[in-house]
Design a protein around this ligand. Structure first.
Ligand SMILES: [Zn+2]
Length: 213
C-alpha cells in the first residue's frame, strides 16, 4: 500500500458516475490501493462500507481505486467498526509501518510490521491480515493470489536485473533513471521495490533520495 495524495475534487451526485472513475484513475495513478497492481480494470471501493455508512456512499474521500480481485477478496466486514478498521492510505504512509517482501523459496509474500504506534496498532494488525489474505490467500478460498504472486515475482526479477546492471555498469546515469521510475509510487508493487532498497545499505545510500526516507 502506498501513500495516495488526492488532488482532485470532482462534482457528482452518485459514486458510479464517470467523473468519479476518471478522477480516481488519476488520483490513484491507476493503481489498486490494496495489492498495488497497475490496472485499468477497477471497481470503486467504499472504504467505509455502504451498508454501515450510508452518509458516506457518495463522498469522494470514501471512494478508492480497487482492482476487481481485491474488491472480492477484501473481507466484507472491513472498516465496519473500529475492531476491523484498516489503515487509510490517503491519510497515512502505510509503507512506513508495513514492509512487503517476496520470499521466493517459500513462494509467499512476507507482510511485516516494522514500526509501532499506540494509536494505530490495531489498524496496522488489521491491515496486515487483509494483505495476507490478498497476497497469500490466508483465510480465503480465492486462488487469484497465485497469479498475483507470479506477477510480483516477474516484476521483482526485472527490477533486480536493473539493480545488478547498475552495480556492474560504468555508465550509471541511464539505468538510474529506470530505477528511479520503478521506485516511484506510481509504479506497480513499488512498496516491494522500495523495501529492497531500504534493506541493502549500499543501495539505500545510492537511492534513498528517491524513496523519500
Ligand atoms: Zn488489487
Amino acid at each position: 500500500m502506498v501513500k495516495v495524495n488526492r488532488r482532485l475534487n470532482p462534482a457528482f451526485d452518485k459514486y458510479n458516475e464517470i467523473s468519479v472513475s476518471d478522477s480516481l484513475r488519476i488520483d490513484f495513478n491507476k493503481k489498486c490501493y490494496l495489492c498495488e497492481e497497475v490496472t485499468r480494470h477497477f471497481e470503486v471501493d467504499h472504504f467505509y462500507p455502504q451498508l454501515a455508512y450510508s452518509h458516506l456512499v457518495n463522498e469522494y474521500e470514501n471512494l478508492f481505486y480497487c482492482c476487481q480481485k481485491c474488491n472480492k477478496i477484501k473481507p466484507k466486514k472491513t472498516n465496519i467498526s473500529s475492531d476491523n478498521e484498516i489503515l487509510n492510505c490517503c491519510d497515512i504512509d502505510v509503507e512506513s509501518y508495513i514492509k512487503l517482501k517476496l520470499n521466493i523459496q517459500e513462494c509467499k509474500i512476507e507482510v511485516e510490521q516494522v514500526k509501532s504506534n499506540l494509536v494505530l496498532d490495531i489498524k496496522i494488525r488489521n491491515t496486515i491480515k487483509v494483505l495476507n489474505r490478498i497476497y497469500n490467500g490466508e483465510n480465503s478460498k480465492s486462488t487469484s493470489c497465485e497469479d498475483l504472486r507470479d506477477e510480483i515475482k516477474s516484476v521483482i526479477a526485472s527490477f533486480r536485473k536493473k539493480l545488478d546492471k547498475y552495480e556492474k555498469s560504468k555508465l550509471k546515469r541511464a539505468i538510474v533513471e529506470e530505477i528511479k521510475e520503478d521506485l516511484d509510487n506510481t509504479s506497480s508493487y513499488s512498496t516491494f521495490k522500495r523495501w529492497i532498497i531500504r534493506d541493502n545499505p549500499n543501495l539505500n545510500q545510492q537511492f534513498k533520495q528517491y524513496i523519500g526516507d
